[in-house]
Ligand binder design. Structure first.
Ligand SMILES: NC(=O)c1ccc[n+]([C@@H]2O[C@H](COP(=O)([O-])OP(=O)(O)OC[C@H]3O[C@@H](n4cnc5c(N)ncnc54)[C@H](OP(=O)(O)O)[C@@H]3O)[C@@H](O)[C@H]2O)c1
Length: 263
């Protein structure tokens, strides 16, 4: 596959680039500056673009078979969460247009928790969840990975546990921990696994070793219901009717493209 990594210079994205190369994919990395691109492995093709500027994204999506999203706007508050975590996914999907690609989207454990301090301050959960909704509505084949706390795992904690329903919402590492490298592995494996199709899950690790068979882990999960906005068994606490008009418009754009494509 030709795999585009969006967020390629980030703490997860750079591992996704390495992992995708290791799994034999042709890797394209979307980066904001040439200097940042030089930090990536030589095997990756670097394209310059900014997800908040749709006019810069055509070359990134040209001819891709798969897209991994690992965007992050930490520290940029509600505006950053809307423009990057959400708007970045929207703008890439719009740039892709009616073409098909396999999607792997990283969001976060606890993404359906709207009332905690973190979401009330940053809006991060809500905007990431809206990006999930765009991906589900796109009609494209997808997997959504909601990792626990990055690299809070102990050295012997590599047994992967995939959960659904997003019920762990303490907002601290007691919700679950996971090595960054394993998040990258799961994202890249999901691109080529039919068992991962239309699946949304939280990803954490407990005591034990790295699994060999990712398909088996994916196979044990329930798929999101066809046409659903949220992940299977997610809390229904974000009614569409209460969503901002611009978000509903974005969803309508994605849905209209999907129905045109199926004609
Ligand atoms: N830390 C945790 O334990 C944890 C757990 C679960 C989920 N998460 C979520 O994971 C995310 C952080 O992942 P990370 O550590 O990989 O993030 P990161 O290191 O901050 O990387 C973010 C990536 O997004 C890119 N980006 C930002 N704005 C962009 C733009 N306008 N156009 C193109 N690219 C842009 C960055 O590019 P530049 O290099 O150019 O800035 C970078 O490649 C957060 O959103 C967080 O909510 C974190």
């Amino acid at each position: 596959m030709t795999v585009l990594v969006v967020g390629a210079t980030g703490s997860i994205g750079r591992l996704v680039v390495q992992e995708a190369l290791a799994q034999g994919h042709a890797v394209r990395a979307l980066v904001r500056t040439e200097a940042k691109g030089r930090q990536l492995p030589a095997g990756a093709q670097v394209v310059i673009g900014d997800v908040t500027r749709p006019d810069t994204l055509a070359a990134a999506v040209h001819g891709v078979d798969g897209i991994v999203f690992t965007l992050g706007s930490d520290g940029a508050g509600k505006v950053g969460a809307e423009n990057v975590d959400y708007g970045g996914v929207r703008n890439i999907l719009n740039a892709l247009g009616s073409r098909t690609a396999r999607l792997a989207l990283m969001t976060s454990i606890g993404v359906t928790n709207r009332t905690g301090d973190y979401n009330r301050t940053t809006g991060s959960h809500d905007w990431k969840r809206r990006s999930e909704r765009l991906v589900r509505s796109s009609g494209l084949p997808y997997t959504i990975v909601r990792p626990g706390w990055f690299d809070y795992n102990r050295p012997d904690e590599h047994r992967l546990v995939l959960l659904q329903g997003d019920t762990r919402q303490a907002g601290d590492p007691s919700d679950g921990v996971i090595a960054r490298r394993q998040i990258a592995q799961v994202l890249v494996h999901s691109l080529t696994s039919d068992r991962a199709l239309r699946k949304t899950f939280e990803l954490v690790a407990t005591k034990g070793s790295t699994p060999e068979d990712f398909d088996r882990l994916f196979a044990a999960l329930d798929a999101d219901p066809e046409g659903a906005l949220d992940g299977v068994r997610d809390m229904a606490n974000m009614p569409l009717g209460d969503e901002p008009p611009r978000v509903r418009e974005d969803l309508n754009t994605v849905l209209a493209r999907r129905s045109r494509a199926s004609l």
